[in-house]
Write a protein of this length. Sequence first.
Length: 182
Amino acid sequence: MTLPHLRWFFVAGTMLPGLGLAACTSNQDDVCENVGACSQGGSSDWIASCEEEAASLAREARSSGCGGFFDDYYECAADHFACDGVTASFPGCDAKRAALEACLDAAQAKTSCKELTAKTSACTAPSVDAGRADADTAGLAPACTVLRDCQARCYLDHVKNPCAPAVDELSGVAACSNGCPP
């Protein structure tokens, strides 16, 4: 499935609520602060990256009709954060996490990103990026944003064989992708 590269990290319960944050922080920022303090030694770079990924996931959830599930999960995660050594967890949030995952999976099943992933999953050699080159070490692709979905559609529409595009086909993909919304 096409997921933001940290989606499962956020949703699976490894992000945590904030320690001593200003009153205007979001639940997901609190989660990032807490996980950063628990398992990342308080790294401000890691926390900033986490907050950016959480904001991206929030946009994806809202655009997919899953905003309520996102809010429910992060509220639970912020309220139920636990740190055991350097391991963050969110006891009691599994059902809310599962509901968010199910909603996002259902929404993503209809995207060009998903179609491209399905068509290239049988390729034996690494496929053209199509939103996967910056995947994390767990092998999860980044979010299927409006931009990535448009780029995937361009790729699907301009190449005959997604596993082995011809060089001349790639110029059509590039030209099409230049028209994708940011």
